[in-house]
Design a protein around this ligand. Sequence first.
Ligand SMILES: [Zn+2]
Length: 93
Amino acid sequence: MRETKGQTLVHCPQCGENKVKNHAPAIFQVLMLVGVLMCFTIEGIPFGIAFIIGAIISKKSKARLKFTCQECKHSFKVQEQVYEEYSQYLKAN
Ligand SMILES: [Zn+2]
């Protein structure tokens, strides 16, 4: 059985470190949370829906492929396939 470790899949192209951070899950959660909270008031529902749609779009957009290295603060993008493996790892843990 092949052992997959998400953090070892993505390396910083500049310094080679694997201490990289992907902001997409956090952005998705914040947009979702704000959207759901806004739906608690009648006036907020249209805005809430807009935020929820934004959250879904952020999950599909290429922006989610962006990583930031925590060692040298270098920002870089990974291939979609690499990101999928990375997110599979996050889900499995
Ligand atoms: Zn780096």
